[in-house]
Design a protein around this ligand. Structure first.
Ligand SMILES: NC(=O)c1ccc[n+]([C@@H]2O[C@H](COP(=O)([O-])OP(=O)(O)OC[C@H]3O[C@@H](n4cnc5c(N)ncnc54)[C@H](O)[C@@H]3O)[C@@H](O)[C@H]2O)c1
Length: 341
């Protein structure tokens, strides 16, 4: 097993602990005044975690909004949760974002423990303290910073992931490899535990210097500008991690058109293409409509009406992209690649 990791935070430092067996999860948690929110698929697949007091939440991107938050707030009130109640979240990034948001606002902030169960949530979304809800087709437009008190990772959960969710998580690992200029060492057959540990260490390093997304943490948004837009344009049939892969390829193609310095361009395209193919998604041309995507991107919370992207020029850079012709061509190129898969 891996050593516990510590995340430094302006709120409170918190730890990421690793347990090797699902039975041991609750051994790590003080069993007093707590309430469990559990993803409906975890409830279905892991009967040993069932408890009549658990609140079961069906987790979809279309419920990660005020309607979903309403369900959580109602449960908190019905169960008479107070300022000292500790929430335990057992699920993927969607449940974490929703319950994290509610925990940050209920009684102006109560504690929660995160038990991420998907690859994406174990390697990425469990740390950093961002919570988020979608609103009117705008991704994560409502949100707060509210880190958990503690994170417990058990990789046994990953055994039951469907293939799409495995490749979805791989999407964020792919992004970390590009940002660290080590795409050559990426393999979908690599040791998943090591990839999670390395991904977490990389993200912890960045957020320890920039917790609130003012500087270098914004590099972690690589692939997200068009990734988020594609999630929206496909009505979330393209999940977050696969959106990030496609968005990363769009960024790389634009960087190349701008004649920026990129190592291992072909590997980045080929590996990304393999992940997209393995996702098994049946892509539709209308999701890649340039005008629609640009409209979504310019409405994004981080855009200020401009097209702001993380590109690669001898490492990540943040740039306002003015040449929309290059962007249009890059989207066309990635769609042509996807069409042939
Ligand atoms: N807050 C952040 O910093 C941050 C970072 C990255 C992504 N996100 C958000 O995370 C979300 C995506 O997270 P996700 O990919 O974990 O999606 P998710 O939570 O929807 O989980 C994906 C699917 O896997 C199922 N599932 C969960 N655990 C399982 C298991 N062990 N076995 C079988 N099925 C399981 C879920 O029920 C769901 O159907 C997006 O909304 C994205 O915006 C947040």
């Amino acid at each position: 097993m891996f050593d516990t990791l510590t995340v430094k935070s302006k709120f409170n430092d918190y730890t990421v602990e690793f347990v090797d067996n699902i039975n041991k999860i609750f051994e790590q948690i003080e069993q007093e005044n707590y309430m469990v929110f559990m993803d409906a698929n975890i409830d279905r697949l892991y009967p040993l975690l069932r408890n009549k007091n658990n609140i079961i939440v069906i987790c979809t991107e279309n419920m990660k909004n005020l309607q979903g938050a309403n369900i959580i707030f109602n449960a908190l009130i019905e169960k008479k949760c107070n300022v000292n109640t500790k929430l335990i979240v057992i699920g993927g990034g969607i449940l974490q974002d929703m319950v994290g948001f509610c925990a940050s606002t209920y009684y102006r902030g109560i504690n929660y423990i995160s038990i991420p169960t998907t690859l994406l949530s174990q390697v990425d979304s469990c740390i950093g303290g961002k919570t988020g809800l979608n609103f009117k087709n705008k991704k994560n437009i409502i949100g707060t910073f509210h880190p958990p008190k503690n994170i417990i990772i058990c990789q046994d959960f990953l055994k039951t992931l469907i293939s799409l969710d495995f490749y979805n998580g791989m999407g964020e690992i792919y992004k970390f490899h590009i940002l660290q200029n080590k795409i050559k060492s990426f393999s979908i057959h690599g040791n998943i535990k090591d990839m999670i540990y390395d991904g977490l260490k990389y993200k912890i390093d960045i957020i320890s210097r920039d917790e609130f997304d003012k500087g270098e943490r914004r590099f972690l948004n690589f692939g997200h500008t068009f990734g988020h837009a594609l999630e929206s344009s496909s009505n979330y049939i393209i999940p977050h991690g696969i959106g990030v892969v496609i968005g990363s390829i769009i960024s790389i193609i634009i960087s190349k058109k701008l004649e920026y310095e990129i190592d291992n361009y072909d590997d980045i395209i080929n590996i990304g293409t393999e992940l997209i193919k393995n996702s098994g998604i049946k892509f539709k041309k209308k999701w890649f409509d340039f005008d629609k995507l640009i409209q979504i991107v310019k409405n994004d919370k981080k855009s200020n009406g401009k097209l702001i992207m993380v590109l690669i020029n001898n490492g990540p850079i943040i740039e306002v992209v003015e040449n929309l012709y290059d962007v249009k061509e890059s989207i066309k190129e990635i769609y042509e690649i996807i069409e042939k898969l």
